[in-house]
Design a protein around this ligand. Sequence first.
Ligand SMILES: [Zn+2]
Length: 263
Amino acid sequence: MAQGAVEYAKELGCKHPEIVLHLDHGDSFETCKSCIDYGFSSVMIDASSLPFEENIALTKKVVDYAHQFDVTVEAELGVLAGVEDDVVAEESHYTKPEEVIDFATRTGCDSLAISIGTSHGAYKFKPEQCTRDPKTGKLVPPPLAFDVLEEVEKKLPGFPIVLHGSSSVPQEYVDIINANGGNLPDAVGIPEDQLRKAAKSAVCKINIDSDSRLAFTAAVRKVLAEKPGEFDPRKYCGPARDEMVKLYKHKIIEVLGSDGKAE
Ligand SMILES: [Zn+2]
């Protein structure tokens, strides 16, 4: 599958395409195995909701299979709050730094997603966890647990760390959505300066999804509100796609600092 994408990119004129096909939040050995068998270049096994020893056992089983095919494995230790796909967690439990060496050594995983206060979705914090900006009335979220990240880095020097649930929930998109018939009160995310700081550490992958959904929805709502007679999907999906491209360019270049690294 990844191979097919590489061929296609070459057809389009990309000389040295490096394309990754990654399974996010695989929840069983069977799901990970079928993706590996279909040619994925990396998989995530998210057994973070299981007890520590069961997380290790399942992760190791996936690693042992994946490494036979040069497929890399991302694991997760610690629990993120929020909902993504079928992985549901009521509350967040920071990763315990004292567990990471044992976990990484015994599972053989290639990268590790940790919990330091990020979470999935556009409502990352309850209002009572935040303060409020007196001028704008907007919620100001609590900072990420950089002390936990630093401890993890000390325990596993140079080991690739991953952050999930790292949308910033840009308030300009929330405002456009709310001004054009939407209803996202108190949607709040991780400030970009905190992601910038994390990107300079051992964190090598930061997952951002909700922000692109917000960008897309804001553009669609704006077009439909301004032109209520519009019914051609090309007229609102086009601008929505352009807004997503703008957003991801900004994230890659200005927030994550990862442009040009694939050369
Ligand atoms: Zn995730």
